[in-house]
Design a protein around this ligand. Sequence first.
Ligand SMILES: Cc1cc2nc3c(=O)[nH]c(=O)nc-3n(C[C@H](O)[C@H](O)[C@H](O)COP(=O)(O)OP(=O)(O)OC[C@H]3O[C@@H](n4cnc5c(N)ncnc54)[C@H](O)[C@@H]3O)c2cc1C
Ligand code: FES
Length: 570
Amino acid sequence: MTDIATTTLAGPDLAMGVPISEIGDGAMLLGHVSGEPVVLARRGHELFAFDAFCTHYGAPLVDGLLVEDTVRCPWHHACFSMRTGEAIRAPALDPIACRRVEQRDGNAYVGEKLALPAPPRSSTSASMPQSIVIVGGGAAGNAAAEMLRREGYTGRITMLSADQSPPCDRPNLSKGYLAGMSPAESNPLRPPDFYKEQRIELKLNARVASIDTTKRQARLADGTSHGYDALLLATGAEPVRLDVPGSGLPHVHYLRTLADGDALVAKALTSQRAVVVGASFIGLEVASSLRARNIAVDVVAPDDVPMERILGTEVGKFVRALHERHGVTFHLGTTVASIDERGVTLKTGERVAADLVVVGIGVRPALSLAEQAGLAIDRGVIVDEYLETSSPGIFAAGDIARWPDRLTGERIRVEHWVVAERQGQTAARNILGRRERFEAIPFFWTEQHDFSLAYVGHAERFDKAEIEGQLDAEKHECTITYSRGGKKLAVALVRRDLEGLVAEVEFERAIRAEQPTIVTRWRRGEIRLTRTWSRTCARFTDRWPVRFWLSISLKRCASFVKSSSAGALE
Ligand SMILES: Cc1cc2nc3c(=O)[nH]c(=O)nc-3n(C[C@H](O)[C@H](O)[C@H](O)COP(=O)(O)OP(=O)(O)OC[C@H]3O[C@@H](n4cnc5c(N)ncnc54)[C@H](O)[C@@H]3O)c2cc1C
Ligand code: FES
């Protein structure tokens, strides 16, 4: 993480002007203006200047990628408009500041900051929901609530969260916070007054017990009800519980909520030896963070190779060796038989001493509410490409949602922070009637010891994992490509941030290439025409060659175009 406050200014003073010829098309130049780091970027004849650091975790945007008039962050792929600074895609939730650029005598001069774009006009038409209830105060729920306000929605927003604390940065709980590198203040996604200022009614310890889809009411466990016109289900996932003798002892911990994180950090302060049960992402991130606190760590898991199913054998072996170099001991191919105050007994009979046990054996999507409400379920809540469930007006996002993925052509459900936030944002827009497909390429990252990996795409199953580059103790810098039946499904990047962004853009292009034609989309009812467009098209169709052509290939479309008088061109 870059500490913005202590970063020394690099590059030229952009206020004094730099020759435009020194900035190639699609390139960025790091400089400074009035003592602040600023990036100057060029796209064709246009120049843009903006804050040098991402508002998520402070990555240097100059190492990112320009895509049309946006800049993408190299670390976790947030995307900002270079015209307005708007954070178009999570995980960044706040905009960057853009600056005025003047082109004179072959030089570019960067001036003052531009005003942030005014919030859009309020959306209060009769077709808008008057009241929106969001069930869940996590990544998806929070991003949705924020996006509703950013889109100018002025109606009532109620966020009901079973958590006892406001939305928090869950990925930080197993990384910086547990390792003692980032303070408790870094956990909340927003300052305490944010929700009040945004007129988002955030209700904590508010577990929804049932949803009445006929009366459109969400009922809490305490009997109170919240009526809604539209509802977003974002109940996330719950840790799978270990069911062995002693698993209920006080020194056995799980990690999902901020309260879990606080309890684990408090226990870690007095612990000497930990057993981590589970060798997937959470377990291994916890192992790494506990080692950073100099706690002895043993990892117990049934796998032969950690994370093999998701990342492949080679990466899994590398990860194991990485942890061993940092002092972690593995007990693989076995599980825990019982736990007592002094340690853990394995199925093999082996005893492992521990005064702290952390269980990370996976999560299950929290589906009980969706089941009770009668929504279509298939190992997740089934949603369409607009994230709407089988019950009109009820949307679902995040760890619970199983959506039609354009890249694989399969319905998938993932447990990634960035996906949950982006789905929350898309669901919010669709609640407001935008009809925006969810097409973001899945992305996740993990950090363990001095190693971090970014993963772009989704390969639930793969038959080939090809490593290009080096992945061993001396050097780790590589790209791992996962494919099935010759089709590239995902890539994992180690110390190759830019390649990760390029891969994301390539996947997006692949999806776009398979995009249905306008006519197909119109037939599906996804495209409607405004009155102005109808008239324009009607004039166009008056020309006989066009009419002839249309009558053959677009018969239905032509008659619709002439008669249509309502809707919006999307
Ligand atoms: C420790 C940890 C580290 C992680 N690290 C990473 C990482 O590095 N990268 C990555 O991509 N992903 C990571 N993840 C996964 C990521 O956090 C999740 O994918 C993401 O939080 C899912 O968002 P969500 O909104 O679907 O669910 P959540 O964020 O879990 O939010 C669910 C919300 O629903 C509430 N809720 C549940 N049931 C009810 C109910 N009946 N009534 C009311 N409220 C209810 C919960 O209280 C909670 O507020 C990590 C997860 C954890 C736990
Ligand atoms: S630092 Fe930019 S997206 Fe995380």
